[in-house]
Design a protein around this ligand. Structure first.
Ligand code: ADQ
Length: 456
């Protein structure tokens, strides 16, 4: 069988200390089978020798091949174009979009260096699967160096309609570059539709009803493939964790109060200021909940070299201080806020003991926290998932309480509804969600994509 070669910006080698919070690492980590090669950036930066070869590392039958970045490449490719331009734009945040031509060039140059470093490692019949927005032009760069492989691309974040993409200089070339792939995958029909509209507007090419089109002689297939989690494993971790000392300490600290939990990377796409304001709105409008509920937000710091993230962190510190200052009583503080990553098993236990999972991104490709919250619940007394209608997960998890995260009153009302929800309704909603979350395994995600990528 053909070997699978996964390419992503950052490679997560299993022995690495302090694994980072982040959906891609979690999702790919559990889908890797022996024989696979995973290629990408080591996370190290500094001096890079001209023509340096990738470092190779073997673990559990998987080959990890990594390259380092120079400081300049890190600034232009990662901090600049990937996270200062593409990330905000594709999350519909045009006001945060910062375009600099030298960063766009740095982005293209790093993609080119990825291609040059990867190509000598490839065997003729390898299937190459490229992941995420850092590497949009990698397929075209590989082709430019002569790669005739089947190459696929999966985007883990949303895609925008043409009117928005138009703010990107050279939007046409950007879209044309993506068409160097044989297969392009998205989490939802919406993202796929937006991409095909861009193909139509910028390239003048229309897809057939299945999302296939031909551009410059290459047939491109566009697929929808929602990512999932290993629910069985996460549920077991949650069940284990609730018997452990951390959950016990947590329970004691609550004094029978209800717990609303949020866990995210500290990222403006996750809607944290809006979430805190909605919680304050709950306390304002439904004062009976004061002293009987508290919200815990675990926000793992992320992309700390990007200016917008530094600003967000300062804004959140102040906002939480304001809300706690305003509502706290001598024996109750409404919001517990931690800016760090938490051990996955502990987090699973906290999800299980929480009455509400508050997952309210302003835009999200999928959002795995929503699925993890569902997986962690006990069937006897499940908590309620409150989910943003703008998360990709909302397409699947319709039995959650769906909210518009921009509407503080609406979110406050949903929290009130969830706090008052009878056990019967909670069970009914959870059973429906459970079936969907259990069906969407990482293996299914990989298999669906590879079925499209394998040669006919
Ligand atoms: P992310 O934006 O990173 O992923 P998400 O899908 O929610 O978002 O995944 C986050 C992961 O990190 C989850 O597994 C979660 O448990 C973990 N995590 C979050 N906060 C944590 C904390 N404080 N401590 C420890 N762990 C924490 C991107 C896209 C998503 C898409 C994924 C996968 O933005 O939309 O779902 O890729 O495709």
């Amino acid at each position: 069988m053909a070997r699978l070669v996964i390419v992503s910006n950052r490679v997560q080698i299993p022995h690495e200390k302090n694994p980072r919070a982040g959906g891609l690492a979690v999702a790919l980590g559990s889908g890797l089978v022996p024989g696979t090669m995973w290629f990408g950036w080591s996370g190290k930066r500094g001096h890079v020798e001209e023509g340096a070869k990738p470092a190779l590392h073997e673990a559990q039958g998987v080959t990890y091949a990594t390259i380092d970045l120079t400081e300049r490449e890190y600034d232009d490719f990662y901090v600049g174009f990937s996270n200062g331009a593409l990330w905000p734009l594709l999350h519909f945040r045009m006001g945060l979009f910062e375009f600099k031509r030298e960063e766009e060039e740095g982005y293209a140059a790093v993609n080119n260096r990825f291609a040059e470093s990867l190509l000598p490692l490839l065997k003729d019949d390898d299937l190459v699967w490229v992941h995420d927005y850092h590497l949009f032009p990698l397929g075209a760069a590989l082709r430019a160096h002569g790669a005739g492989h089947r190459i696929g691309f999966f985007l883990h974040i949303p895609f925008v309609p043409p009117a928005m993409l138009a703010i990107m200089p050279r939007a046409r070339e950007f879209i044309a570059g993506i068409c160097a792939y044989d297969v392009v995958g998205f989490h939802t029909e919406d993202h796929k539709k937006a991409f095909l509209e861009c193909v139509h507007v910028f390239l003048g090419v229309s897809a057939d009803k299945d999302g296939n089109f031909v551009f410059e002689g290459r047939r491109v297939q566009v697929v929808v493939d929602p990512i999932g989690i290993d629910a069985e494993e996460f549920a077991a971790a949650a069940a284990r964790s609730v018997r452990g000392t951390k959950v016990k300490r947590m329970r004691e600290s609550l004094f029978e109060r209800k717990l609303v939990i949020g866990a995210d990377r500290l990222d403006y796409s996750k809607g944290l200021p809006q979430r805190f304001r909605a919680f304050a709105r709950l306390l304002d409008r439904f004062p009976a909940h004061r002293r009987h509920v508290l919200m815990m937000q675990v926000a793992a710091t992320s992309r700390e070299d990007v200016d917008q993230y530094k600003q967000l962190r300062r804004d959140l510190d102040r906002l939480v201080g304001d809300i706690n200052g305003r509502f706290s009583e001598f024996d109750w503080t409404p919001i517990r806020y931690m800016t760090r990553a938490m051990n996955r098993t502990t987090l699973a236990g906290f999800y299980r003991m929480a009455q509400i999972g508050l997952v309210t991104p302003l835009r999200d490709g999928m959002n795995l926290v929503a699925k993890e919250f569902v997986a962690a619940q006990s069937s006897a007394d499940p908590g309620v998932l409150i989910l943003s209608q703008f998360a990709g997960a909302a397409h699947e998890l319709g039995e959650a309480l769906l909210v518009n995260p921009f509407d503080a009153d609406g979110v406050a009302e949903a929290i009130d509804q969830a706090l008052n929800m009878e056990l019967g309704e909670r069970k009914e909603r959870w059973h429906a969600l459970r079936d969907k979350v259990w069906a969407g395994t990482p293996e299914r995600f990989t298999e669906t994509f590879l079925a499209a990528l394998r040669p006919a």
